[in-house]
Design a protein around this ligand. Structure first.
Ligand SMILES: *[C@@H]1O[C@H](CO)[C@@H](O)[C@H](O)[C@H]1NC(C)=O
Ligand SMILES: *[C@@H]1O[C@H](CO)[C@@H](O)[C@H](O)[C@H]1NC(C)=O
Ligand SMILES: *[C@@H]1O[C@H](CO)[C@@H](O)[C@H](O)[C@H]1NC(C)=O
Ligand SMILES: *[C@@H]1O[C@H](CO)[C@@H](O)[C@H](O)[C@H]1NC(C)=O
Length: 383
């Protein structure tokens, strides 16, 4: 999701006191045999020995928290709710170094990138991974944003040269820096049982580009990741744009944003598909979402890899709008999980960021979209 109203909320979170990480680079792993890592089985996921459908959510901010107890609270609440997959931002790119106490992961300046592995850097992500391990939560960790929130592709472009974000995908110096960052993150957590999947980017688009630009980048990057870590799943993080099945001619089904959903899913080193759903910002009706879900399920079934409805949200009426989508996803062959956008909880600093789409732990919306949904999933997985 493109964030617009969440940044102020986060400012208070990053001011909290940093605690020392129990978790340094050399002690990152709770070793676990590769056979126990999450995998795909036909059109479904297998996690910790269970094959079927899984629910989860998104927290872009959890890696930027500075109080370990807050991270643990989120993980504990997710676990007790039966949410299994958590998607987090594995990037936090800046173009000028922030003052101490503000979390950032990578600085891009004057044709050079510097990775912050310190206490206000990747050690914050280390704690998320270690807490996820302890709570049996599986993480999707992504490496860059298409949007400018937390830096994004434009942070690379501004440091290395180029005229638009589109230059991110095929400028050699930028791709070298991006791969160096990927290697830093993957090598830190590659043995971790908490990794569900590595994800190339959040919502990559290349408006007006031939779809070969993104296709080539997906192919090259996913191959590179498999070379670093052959055991974990790899996905793209795209919104699912560009597919012919059941197209109603709306822009999401077209190729103008530079992605071909079906072609990209066919790449050997991509294990499953991702797609998002935001009728409010996309100018569609809420009910349109059901067709968006079934068309992706059909596309995934045709390619023979599972689909994850990785983000979905609306600014109001969360339960009545999103519950039908969840039911559609759960009964669509080819769709094997959904992650609502976004998770909310009460932290030591107050409520976590609210962009209108937030579903807070313990509310009636939460009962509807998490408790009831997880019960329906458990029932189906047991069939
Ligand atoms: C790089 O991508 C741009 C679109 O952003 C395209 O115009 C250009 O031809 C591409 N260059 C190469 C070498 O593929
Ligand atoms: C990960 O596991 C492999 C094989 O079990 C081992 O060789 C490697 O050193 C481990 N890496 C880390 C960072 O612990
Ligand atoms: C998208 O990819 C599919 C599968 O490779 C292909 O059949 C289709 O022609 C592509 N569409 C466009 C517009 O590139
Ligand atoms: C699937 O879910 C939708 C709710 O969106 C419902 O209308 C439909 O009847 C369900 N189909 C089956 C086969 O359960």
């Amino acid at each position: 999701m493109k964030l617009t109203r969440t940044l102020l909320g986060l400012a208070s979170l990053v001011l909290a006191t940093a605690l020392p990480s129990p978790f340094s680079h050399t002690t990152t792993t709770t070793s676990s045999s590769s056979s126990s890592f999450p995998s795909t089985s036909g059109l479904e996921f297998t996690i910790d020995g269970t094959t079927g459908y899984f629910a989860g959510t998104n927290s872009y901010w959890i890696g930027f928290l500075t109080d370990n107890a807050d991270v643990d609270k989120v993980m504990s609440d997710l676990k007790s709710s039966g949410l299994k997959i958590l998607r987090v931002w594995g990037f936090n790119d800046v173009t000028t170094q922030p003052s101490d106490g503000t979390v950032w992961f990578q600085l891009h300046e004057n044709g050079k990138s510097t990775i912050n592995t310190g206490a206000d850097g990747l050690e914050r992500l280390d704690y998320v991974v270690s807490s996820a391990e302890q709570h049996d939560i599986k993480l999707i960790i992504n490496f860059v944003n298409y949007w400018t929130d937390y830096g994004g592709m434009s942070a690379y472009v501004s440091a290395y040269g180029g005229s638009t974000e589109n230059d991110f995908y095929n400028t050699t110096s930028i791709q070298t820096a991006y791969q160096t960052y990927i290697e830093a993150v993957v090598s830190r957590y590659k043995n971790s049982s908490a990794v569900f999947a590595w994800e190339l980017a959040n919502e990559p688009r290349c408006p007006g580009c031939d779809t070969s630009v993104v296709y080539d980048w997906v192919e090259k990057t996913s191959k590179y990741i498999k070379g670093l870590d052959a055991e974990h799943l790899v996905c793209i993080g795209d919104e699912g744009f560009g597919l012919d099945i059941d197209s109603d001619g709306s822009f999401q089904y077209l190729y103008d944003e530079g992605t071909n959903f079906t072609a990209n899913l066919g790449i050997e080193t991509i294990d499953f598909a991702t797609f998002h759903l935001y009728p409010d910002s996309w100018g569609t009706t809420d009910a349109w979402g059901n067709g968006w879900i079934t068309s992706h399920g059909a596309a995934c079934a045709a390619v023979g890899k599972p689909c994850l409805l990785e983000e979905y949200g609306v600014p109001s009426n969360h339960c009545s709008v999103e519950s039908p989508w969840q039911q559609t996803a759960l009964n669509t062959t080819g769709v094997t999980g959904d992650l609502f956008w976004q998770y909310g909880d009460t932290l030591s600093t107050g409520e976590s960021p609210d962009d209108g789409n937030t579903v807070y732990y313990g509310t009636s919306d939460y009962t509807c979209l998490v408790t009831d949904h997880v019960a329906a999933i458990d029932k189906k997985n047991a069939e």
